[in-house]
Design a protein around this ligand. Structure first.
Ligand code: AP5
Length: 210
């Protein structure tokens, strides 16, 4: 695998994976590959993949492994990922982890830990711009309510960002993704990072373990 850097950010929904992956991308020039972002783009584009994925996503369930693994393979083969990549939201199941390990080397898995009691507020308060900028009504509000600071677009709320859907997403995390963390722990490449505190503090903790 040579010099290609491979990082995984893993953690419950709303633990801050996307927030931290953007910082790592900007600082180290690695590709930020979020299967959630790729799937949302497919849904917005109305592609065949998007039509297949939408129902699972809206219900807070997981999209079938075969669809997500194909999507990931394409992203890993893209030119942006040549120097290295940060995976955000993948792998989420053991079959996904097995497919990944057969394809590329992973250097480190950063397990961002946030108590479930804090997750609901983070997720229900999240607002997004169509270009992918992420805000929080309390923790990182835009300058003008409902408007993206960067693009001026109207902010929206994800259809799966409701209290009810958060519960099914957390239970999927417990059932399907905990075993993925255990798999990488047995390989000795997982580092746990406390995800509570200001995003900059969490980022400093990540830099300290890289
Ligand atoms: P995906 O988009 O991956 O959702 P997720 O894992 O549920 O993660 P989130 O995007 O909700 O949270 P995050 O950890 O990135 O947190 P963020 O930084 O935004 O997946 C969506 C769906 O797609 C899945 O449910 C599934 O259906 C499908 N899918 C995707 N990948 C799949 C796969 N591999 N297999 C099968 N299906 C798949 O932060 C959250 C909020 O908190 C933001 O408002 C942010 O501003 C705020 N915040 C961040 N950090 C802090 C902090 N330190 N303090 C206070 N607030 C903070």
């Amino acid at each position: 695998m040579g010099e290609r850097k491979g990082l995984i950010l893993i953690g419950a929904p709303g633990s801050g994976k996307g927030t931290q992956a953007k910082r790592l991308k900007d600082q180290f020039g690695l590709a930020h590959i979020s299967t959630g972002d790729l799937l949302r783009a497919a849904v917005a584009a109305g592609s065949e993949l998007g039509r297949k994925a939408k129902g699972y996503m809206d219900e807070g369930g997981l999209v079938p492994d075969s669809l997500v693994i194909d999507l990931l393979r394409l992203a890993l083969d893209g030119p942006e990922a040549a120097a290295g990549f940060i995976l955000d939201g993948f792998p989420r199941t053991l079959p996904q982890a097995e497919a990944l390990d057969a394809a590329v080397a992973i250097d480190k898995v950063i397990d961002i830990q946030v108590p479930f009691s804090l997750i609901e507020e983070r997720i229900t308060g999240r607002r997004m711009s169509p270009s992918g900028h992420v805000y929080h009504v309390k923790y990182s509000p835009p300058k003008v309510e409902g408007v993206c600071d960067v693009t001026g677009e109207a902010l929206y709320q994800r259809s799966d960002d409701t209290a009810e859907k958060v519960r099914s997403r957390l239970s999927k995390f417990e059932q399907e993704t905990r075993p993925v963390i255990a798999r990488y722990q047995s390989k000795g490449i997982v580092v746990a990072v406390d995800g509570v505190g200001e995003p900059d503090e969490v980022y400093a903790r990540i830099l300290a373990v890289l």
